[in-house]
Write a protein that binds this ligand. Structure first.
Ligand code: SAM
Length: 279
């Protein structure tokens, strides 16, 4: 397995995913009662956007850095900018990965678990994450941690499943692991990230999720390149199960803002809608 997230940290897909994650974390914090967050494919806590790997691809430059330059006034992105620590007119040197965002959202009563299979990445997360809540990082398979952790004692919280999709089997593994997790904890918020390469592949992803016959599924898709343009990803997809109130509208507005500022001319789209009904 060769995937290293430092090449992609802060790109448009990271922004799209983290907009959704930040919204769900903020929603959980509206109540005092403790919550649990589980990040099955955590990566490291923070990414140095000046590192040669990040500079080499320029993905953060065309993603979060461009948004900071051109979209700082967009109200729909204010919560995201606050969550990643962006400041008007300032380049971001340290970009929080999902563990960074989760750890900084925890209150003393909250708890989070992170799994990362690459030992060096897991060690970096262990070293760099600080939190008011309790955190645990394991250098292990995220699907195993998912099995071992649900349902959480807190009975409220979220699960992020964000694999690198290096293997053709990954989507199948993810849907099976999610279906099993949902059986054990049907009231948790689940965020499942998927790549968008073409309209046909996106349609298949939606069909597979729909076939699970699980209610309250929201999909939030953002494409910034034409299908199969040979530019890597065309778009970013996020399935949110049991989305917090207001997520549909928030994600639609935030993604429209991202699309206005980052999409190639005449390319891409925003599509945010319910995949399955309330019950
Ligand atoms: C897309 S990156 C995660 C990015 C991170 N969630 C974020 O939003 O900042 C996927 C990560 O999963 C790790 N990984 C791959 N297979 C894994 C597995 N079976 N269990 C846990 N981590 C895994 C990779 O090493 C990589 O760091």
């Amino acid at each position: 397995m060769n995937y290293r997230h430092i090449y992609h940290a802060g790109n448009f897909a990271d922004v799209a995913k983290h907009v959704g994650l930040a919204y769900c974390l903020d929603a959980l914090k509206r109540k005092e009662s403790p919550f649990f967050a589980l990040d099955t494919h955590a990566g490291r806590g923070f990414y140095d956007l000046q590192a040669p790997e990040a500079q080499k691809t320029g993905e953060a430059q065309r993603g979060v850095q461009r948004l900071i330059e051109t979209a700082f006034g967009e109200p729909a992105l204010a919560a995201y900018f606050a969550a990643v620590g962006a400041r008007r007119g300032k380049r971001l040197s340290r970009y929080p990965g999902s563990p960074g965002l989760i750890a900084s959202s925890l209150r003393p009563q909250d708890r989070a678990g992170f799994a990362e299979s690459m030992p060096a990445e897991a060690r970096a997360a262990q070293r760099e994450l600080t939190s008011a809540g309790r955190i645990r990082v394991v250098a292990d398979d995220g699907y195993a941690l998912l099995k071992a952790s649900l349902p959480p004692a807190e009975r409220r919280g979220l699960v992020l499943i964000d694999p690198p999709y290096e293997s053709l089997e990954e989507f199948k593994t993810l849907t099976q692991a999610f279906a099993d997790a949902y059986r054990r904890w049907p009231t948790g918020i689940y965020l499942l990230w998927y790549p968008i390469r073409s309209a046909m592949q996106r349609g298949m992803v939606h069909e597979r999720f729909e076939a699970l016959r699980i209610p309250k599924m929201l999909y939030a898709d953002l494409a910034v390149h034409p299908d199969d343009a040979g530019l890597g990803l065309a778009g970013s997809g996020l399935l949110i199960v049991n989305p917090p109130f207001g997520a549909d509208l928030h994600l639609r507005h935030a993604y429209q803002a991202i699309h206005r500022h980052l999409a190639a001319p005449e390319a891409g789209y925003v599509d945010v809608a319910r995949l399955t009904p309330e019950r």
